[in-house]
Design a binder for this molecule. Sequence first.
Ligand code: HEM
Ligand code: HEM
Length: 173
Amino acid sequence: MKQYSKRMVVAHWLTLALLVAAWFLGDALDEARHTGDATLVGYIIHAMIGDLVLLVTLLRFYFRRKDGTPAPVGTGTMDKVATGIHHLLYTVLILLPISGAITIFTSPVGKALLAWDASLLPKKFSGVVAHEVHEVLVSVLILIVVVHILGAIKHQFVLKDGLMSRMALRKQD
Ligand code: HEM
Ligand code: HEM
């Protein structure tokens, strides 16, 4: 096998799109909460997009098992680092949505949603550990995605080994 299966590729790029959306919506929510403009619908939409990330990631594990993956391009230290980064990415893709869901259950956001009363939404998340974890994981995700992208750029423009084509939607001959 030279490339990832089509559904693995679709899941990879769909995850990127969902993450960008969840990130912007999360940041917008954070800002709106500080100005007192956060809405219940805003929390629901952010949570739904974030949960889709979790769902697509779980589907990806299933596709990975069923379809397999192309053999690593090399066996050097940097190839092992790249595989470690992939594992880290998958771990954060699971933990980030879970920490978001726990934030809702363990903060007044949950009560506000149940009562459908936006006036119950919190101004601050004091003492909500899951919210702190969620924030830290967002930063960790950004950092490792940047390293991952730098790796892809190196393969594309320095090593020129065609690695990017393994994640391309178009089938190679
Ligand atoms: C995996 C994709 C996700 C990403 C990239 C993401 C990103 C963010 C970002 C950037 C923030 C703003 C920083 C902060 O206040 O912590 C945030 C806040 C938040 N997220 Fe997520 N999130 C994701 C998934 C979820 C899920 C699945 C839920 C709930 C089921 C959730 C619930 C929340 C809540 C309650 C906040 C606090 C908003 C506020 O400040 O008022 N997130 N998220
Ligand atoms: C512009 C952004 C991105 C580019 C150019 C890119 C590129 C690639 C490429 C070329 C591969 C194949 C590596 C190989 O064959 O060894 C790959 C794999 C992977 N990417 Fe990305 N990626 C991007 C964004 C992301 C994001 C945002 C995530 C998740 C947060 C992600 C997670 C992964 C994972 C987990 C794998 C390993 C797949 C597996 O073997 O199961 N990527 N990426």
